[in-house]
Design a protein around this ligand. Sequence first.
Ligand SMILES: [Zn+2]
Length: 422
Amino acid sequence: MERVGRVLDAALRVLLRYPLCDRCLGRLFARLGRGLDNAERGRAVKTLLAMLLDELRLSDEELETLVANGGLPQPAAPGSGASTLAPCYICGSKLEEVISELGGKAVKLLEEVRSEVGSFLVGVRAGSEYEKREQEVIGALGLDTWESIRREVKRLVGKRVAGELSIAPSFSSPDVLVVVDLDRREAGLRFFPILLRGRYVKAGRYISQMPWVRRDGTRKYKLSIYEACQGLLELCGGRRLVIHAAGREDADARMLGDGRPLVVEVKDPSRLRPFAPVSRFETLGPAPWAYVVIHGRATREYVRTMKMRSSRKTYRAVVVVPEGVSEKDVANILSLGNTIVHQRTPTRVLGRRKDTVRRKRVYELGVNVISDYLLEVLVRTDGGLYVKELIEGDGGRTTPSLSEVTGKSMNVVMLDVLRIEQ
Ligand SMILES: [Zn+2]
């Protein structure tokens, strides 16, 4: 009963100061009573006040104010005549109309993209005039049971959309955000970035992941995977692409087999249709030397785990041995199968990476002697092992290395990634 007293007391203080509609009054007590609409809460409080009017011991002036501010039924007693119902201080008694109008606009907008959208979220632009007045009321009365008008509008518009279009709301990964503006009574759609997972293949050499432009503005490599994905930008009507890849090979190495996992992020898309439900998409780059195959939609979580995962890889290297290759060399190289390699950060990447020692396993090795001075080496290793250095030795920074076990200098002239294991 004490609670009832406190609620009534708060409601009385509010209404003696501000005229409020049912919804705006009810919102101040939104944390009390589950499953009720704020307008119901407001009406209930007003009804109770009306029933207890005689016991409130108000002055005639207060009584008149309360009746006007709350839109209460005229009490029989006071002689001041009919009081007029004042417009709501927070919403000008327009909130019901605004919510209904915004709900209608949101439904209409989403109806047009219904077939492309699996889930939605409603957002209410912050800083509206309603919000400012609401803050003033809450601040003046020190209430702690309120919810914000933004939250209420969000919920009510969302409920209407879900009900009329049977699209599910999603708080974690919605396809589209419906942004409503209370002051301007407008609704707009914002599509979230589309994440597409797939793999890229480089059948040629001298192809970088991102366009590589020198300081003088010229291109270092003519082709890039980024450019091979441009078709996706067009398909989704997006503004910008971001490429997330699971590591990278040197630009002069081919990336063969199933390719390397990547996620293409299309920023500010204006269409979702091509990928809901997801279809296979293949794009050729500026030349058929690089292509991307899209397998489906991805989540942010997928991008995170894809980047962290260290997959085993199989490489093929063509190696020049200036001193010539002997049978003993081949045997020594093959002895490196199933070995732990200690690798200090390669000299060529020291500028970009800190100097540490990595421990990586070489699982299998295969050697084909192409000529007296030329070897083809096949090697399956842990992800993250630098293969060029495993062969050439990097001045002893990688040990053991093919160069170390043969005692001969070696030079990798071609490198291919044959397979990245899932
Ligand atoms: Zn109101």
